[in-house]
Design a protein around this ligand. Structure first.
Ligand SMILES: Nc1ncnc2c1ncn2[C@@H]1O[C@H](COP(=O)(O)OP(=O)(O)OP(=O)(O)O)[C@@H](O)[C@H]1O
Length: 221
């Protein structure tokens, strides 16, 4: 579903190039879940952005749903993201002028992949059915996070990329949201690459990797 082969990435900084990823290789199969850990600033978000085709590596190649990202133009990458990918970032990126229900359906509508029954079921499962006509600012942080997850899963993506999806929530809410996320990921058959600092969040994943000095290390359970 996702493959990174010998991927390197550095950023230009006033102090000179900052090497963040140094020959990273990674394979994620359909339906597999993977936690990506590592200390702050080690390059986890960089890896996620590269995997989504939102940024390009300096060297190495990336395949998403069997398509080489470097062989596509920006419009093709964007279409691939819309149809195949669910993205959940720390900032929820909800559209303030759309209702809960319309936010949830947004990506699916753009991708012309809307399954109305699934959208309704998702709203129920996320505990947001009674807020369907509310606006994001009327929701709590936990509810907004659920909505962001729902929007990403409404297209039934092949791959869900999640950057600290429970980072803004208290422990109880985080546990609830994570349990729901795992349940929905298993149900939709989506692969999951999840960035987290929390061993508790990483625990239910199939595999766990740590990014350290630009390279990936396996963390044994
Ligand atoms: N556009 C950029 N230009 C220059 N440096 C950058 C850029 N984006 C990220 N960096 C630097 O690259 C390194 C990796 O950043 P990244 O956001 O990938 O880390 P992270 O592991 O996700 O961190 P955190 O856990 O704190 O979110 C950091 O030192 C950061 O300052």
């Amino acid at each position: 579903m996702l493959e990174l082969r010998d991927v390197s990435k550095s950023y230009a900084t006033p102090q000179g190039p900052l090497s963040v990823l140094r020959g990273v290789s990674l394979q994620l199969a359909a339906g597999e879940s993977l936690a990506l850990m590592g200390e702050s600033g080690c390059g986890k978000s960089t890896l996620l952005h590269l995997a989504a085709g939102l940024d390009t590596p300096d060297s190495g190649r990336i395949w998403l749903a069997d398509r080489a990202l470097d062989a596509m133009n920006e419009a093709q990458r964007s279409a691939l993201r819309r149809h195949r990918l669910g993205l959940v970032f720390q900032a929820f990126h909800l559209v303030p002028t759309l209702t809960v229900s319309d936010n949830l359906r947004l990506q699916a509508r753009l991708a012309k992949q809307e399954v109305p029954d699934w959208s309704v079921e998702l709203l129920e499962r996320l505990g947001l059915a009674k807020y369907r006509d509310h606006y994001p600012e009327q929701l709590s942080g936990g509810q907004q996070q659920r909505l962001a997850i729902g929007r990403a899963l409404a297209v039934r993506p092949n791959l869900l990329l999640a950057d600290e999806p429970t980072g803004n929530l208290d422990e109880r809410n985080a546990d609830d949201v994570l349990a729901l996320l795992m349940e929905l990921v298993v149900e939709t058959g989506s692969a999951l690459l999840l960035v987290t600092h929390s061993p508790r969040v990483a625990d239910p994943m199939n595999r766990c990797l740590r990014l350290h000095h630009g390279r990936l290390e396996t963390i044994e359970p």
